[in-house]
Design a binder for this molecule. Structure first.
Ligand SMILES: Cc1cc2nc3c(=O)[nH]c(=O)nc-3n(C[C@H](O)[C@H](O)[C@H](O)COP(=O)(O)OP(=O)(O)OC[C@H]3O[C@@H](n4cnc5c(N)ncnc54)[C@H](O)[C@@H]3O)c2cc1C
Length: 393
């Protein structure tokens, strides 16, 4: 097995550990590290970040973290939360949509009750002109989730479903849905699945992703399907954009969705090139499993967390890439400098600490090393540090 694959398997196993979940969620530095992938735990954090994305022409899909609830009242609370959230969306003017996990709405407890909750949410989503999304979870949930999708789609056409390219069965599942004019968000798949049901080799998943997407683009050109590409695989996306042109699929006949905090510069580029781009923003405090899956997708991310752990004191953490260049001895002061005005270069720990401690709204984007901060977050620097930064110090 390749090293990356072993790392992925270990991280996905760790995701299932209640002990590690308790440990991680009590550690402030782990919580801060999650800010790379989420603007904050509160729904208001997500809505605020979405307003910033809107300014760049990007839409948003929101999801409240949490899965596999075991008490019926929790499913009702999730349903009621989303009903409140739809009210916020209706008032916000955002191109914002909601995506839910069936097990967050009680699929483990009762299919019928879960469907009832989803019907309520899909109806409310439809009433404000939004697409209501269903995530795809582990393999054991594929059949009941497809059943939920069919039932919802029959009453509410604007319901979309995530499907996973790593599963052997997905091609047949998509073909079987075509009569419904489905809205399908194709993803590679984030769970630890055995080779009896999923491609064990990433190259095969990638190939299947392309083949499935190509078929959906053809169907989209004939008005039979709305494909959404939920991936950060930029070469793959570039090939799909070319295929869309070849098939005559209109620009608005497909969309690209990516996760908040990942490939942000590419999200902006694709948007500026005329693609419809939406960013999926997660919020809530049940982030442990979800966060482990993000690490598993790119085990190099673990090094990022490790650096946070090691550098918990005064040491600098340099993130290579194209982030803003900040003087290593940058200190907070009362003056603020828009991150977008800072020159590109290294990102230091001082910067990250500043971002995580000042306020919910500061510096969160920049942890991923971006050239500018699309949240409009502000970095507090002393004037000496600003001068050093401006000189590229
Ligand atoms: C909008 C959206 C919705 C999703 N919904 C579901 C769902 O319902 N069910 C499900 O099983 N999965 C879901 N996923 C997750 C998906 O299955 C993959 O695990 C995830 O997208 C990583 O695969 P990739 O397609 O980006 O390709 P990869 O080949 O894994 O990654 C391509 C490149 O993207 C970058 N990248 C990818 N992931 C990360 C990361 N975590 N951190 C930093 N860089 C990264 C890297 O540069 C990498 O080289 C969703 C993903 C997206 C974008």
């Amino acid at each position: 097995m390749e090293a990356v694959s072993i790392g992925r398997t270990i991280l996905l196993k760790m995701a299932e550990s209640p002990f590690l979940s308790r440990q991680a969620t009590q550690r402030a530095f782990v919580k801060r590290a999650t800010r790379r992938f989420m603007p904050g735990e509160a729904p208001e954090d997500a809505l605020h970040a979405a307003q910033m994305l809107k300014a760049e022409g990007r839409g948003t899909v929101f999801t409240k973290l949490g899965e596999n609830i075991v008490v019926p009242a929790d499913a009702e609370a999730v349903r009621d939360h989303y009903l409140w959230f739809f009210d916020q969306l209706a008032m916000s003017g955002l191109d914002g949509h909601v995506s839910v996990k069936p097990t967050q709405l009680g699929l483990d407890l009762s299919y019928d009750r879960c469907l009832e909750h989803m019907m309520v949410l899909a109806a409310r989503s439809e009433s404000i002109g939004k697409t209501f999304w269903i995530d795809m979870e582990g393999f054991v949930y594929v059949d009941p989730t497809l059943k939920l999708y069919r039932a919802l789609k029959a009453k509410h056409p604007q319901v979309g479903l995530a499907m996973q390219a790593y599963l052997y069965r997905t091609q047949a599942d998509i073909d079987a849905l075509m009569d419904l004019h489905p809205i399908i968000r194709l993803v590679k798949g984030a769970y630890a699945e055995p080779s009896s049901v999923a491609y064990p080799v990433k190259a095969d998943t990638n190939r299947n992703y392309f083949d499935l997407s190509d078929r959906m683009l053809q169907a989209a050109a004939a008005g039979r399907c709305m494909p959404i590409f939920g991936t950060h695989d930029i070469p793959l996306l570039d090939r799909l954009v070319a295929r869309a042109k070849a098939h005559g699929t209109p620009d608005r006949g497909y969309e690209i969705h990516m996760l908040y905090g990942i490939r942000d510069a590419d999200q902006r580029r694709l948007r500026s090139e005329g693609r419809t781009v939406k960013t999926l923003i997660s919020y809530g405090n049940a982030w442990y499993k979800w966060y482990m899956r993000r690490l598993a997708e790119r085990p190099a991310n673990v090094g990022f967390v490790g650096k946070w752990m090691v550098g918990e004191g005064t040491r600098g953490v340099a993130i290579r890439g194209h982030g803003p260049r900040i003087a290593p001895n940058a200190r907070r002061s009362h003056s603020s400098t828009p991150v977008a005005q800072l020159p590109a270069g290294r990102l230091t720990r001082s910067f990250a600490v500043c971002g995580s401690r000042n306020s919910k709204r500061s510096c969160i984007h920049c942890l991923a090393g971006r050239p500018s901060c699309s949240a409009g977050a502000y970095l507090r620097l002393s004037s000496a540090a600003r001068a050093a930064s401006a000189k590229g110090g």
